[in-house]
Design a protein around this ligand. Structure first.
Ligand code: PMP
Length: 306
């Protein structure tokens, strides 16, 4: 990660190296924090943040789910992110934003009422999450040995830091086994999502993606469904079993960081032609046109900085 100049912390811009916390901050010990992952792209008219309001709203909602009372409105946090991009004077093709609310120093023990809430917005230039080659040729996906925790034992719809222990274990295992990313099933054995992205497959020209029953309610997944329907591609949201993944014609992951990443192998099985599929490529190029401001129909999803 390349350092930027400033981080917005509790209403003020501080120098990147001064954005620090105490080692006894509550979240570091007990894992209750909420994050967002938002992206800005350098368009012909300067940087534009993609679906900013939806991301900030999801942060607020994640916080409500996990009993963190963020003392800023969605509008105030949107403004902070716009200003953050401006002040940092980025030059790269895209910038990743990481809004974050966590419990600070002052209270110990699991009961967190009264712990101070810290709100932070950071941004930095970041290349392709699953690699440039992954975007072109596809990645290798491994079905994780651990499932996504059942809805009875966690809040999977909160983008909560705590949920990323499960993602982290799955991702580490996948990479250690020679794969690039992990696909997690739910406790019933159906596809939930990847460690940090949503899953799509193409079957007989149709897109199939699971419902958000045991997954984050993803903003990119929604965008891709809209893109596909606009192109006249049928989209089906239903449960997907492991075997169906293995015999799909095409597969790809979607996410703010993952963008549209083709999948070429799942658990030693080649998917379709073993490289980026035709429909995947169409959706990928349309997605990049949209986020880079080259598609007028989707302009309303862009918040320009200048
Ligand atoms: N699932 C998980 C676990 C994620 O971390 C992400 C990335 N935020 C996604 C799905 C995709 O969500 P989005 O499209 O909103 O970035």
């Amino acid at each position: 990660m390349d350092a930027a100049k400033y981080i917005w912390m509790n209403g003020e811009f501080v120098a990147w190296n001064d954005a620090k916390v105490h080692v006894l901050s509550h979240t570091i010990h007990y894992g209750n924090g909420v994050i967002e992952g938002t992206k800005a792209y350098k368009t012909e008219k300067g940087y534009a943040i993609f679906r900013l309001n939806e991301h900030t709203k999801r942060l607020k909602e994640s916080a409500k789910m996990t009993l963190i009372d963020i003392p800023y409105s969605v509008e105030e946090m949107n403004k902070a992110q716009i200003e953050l991009i401006r002040k940092n004077e980025f030059t790269g093709l895209n910038v990743y934003l990481r809004p974050f609310a966590f419990l600070g120093y002052g209270v110990m023990g699991v009961y967190h009422k009264g712990a101070p809430v810290e709100t932070v917005m950071s941004a930095w230039e970041w290349g392709a999450y699953l690699g440039e080659e992954g975007l072109q040729k596809g990645i290798k996906l491994k079905i994780a040995s651990m499932t996504r925790p059942a809805n009875t034992s966690n809040m999977g719809k909160a983008k909560a830091t705590a949920n990323y222990l499960n993602s982290q274990m799955a991702k580490y295992e996948a990479i250690d086994c020679g794969y690039d990313e992990a696909l997690l099933l739910d406790d019933q054995g159906y596809v939930a999502e990847a460690s940090g992205a949503s899953f799509f497959m193409v079957v007989d020209g149709k897109l199939v993606t699971p419902p958000s029953d045991n997954a984050l309610v993803s903003i990119t997944q929604k965008t891709v469904i809209e893109i596909a329907q606009d192109m006249g591609i049928e989209v089906e949201r239903r449960r997907i079993s492991r075997e169906e993944v293995y015999i799909a014609d095409e597969a790809f992951l979607t996410g703010t960081a993952a963008e549209i990443t083709p999948v070429r192998i799942v658990d030693a099985r080649e998917i379709g032609c073993g490289s980026r599929g035709v429909i995947t490529e169409k959706i990928q190029s349309t997605y990049f046109d949209i986020v880079f401001g080259r598609n007028a129909k989707y302009e309303h999803y862009l918040t320009y900085i200048d």
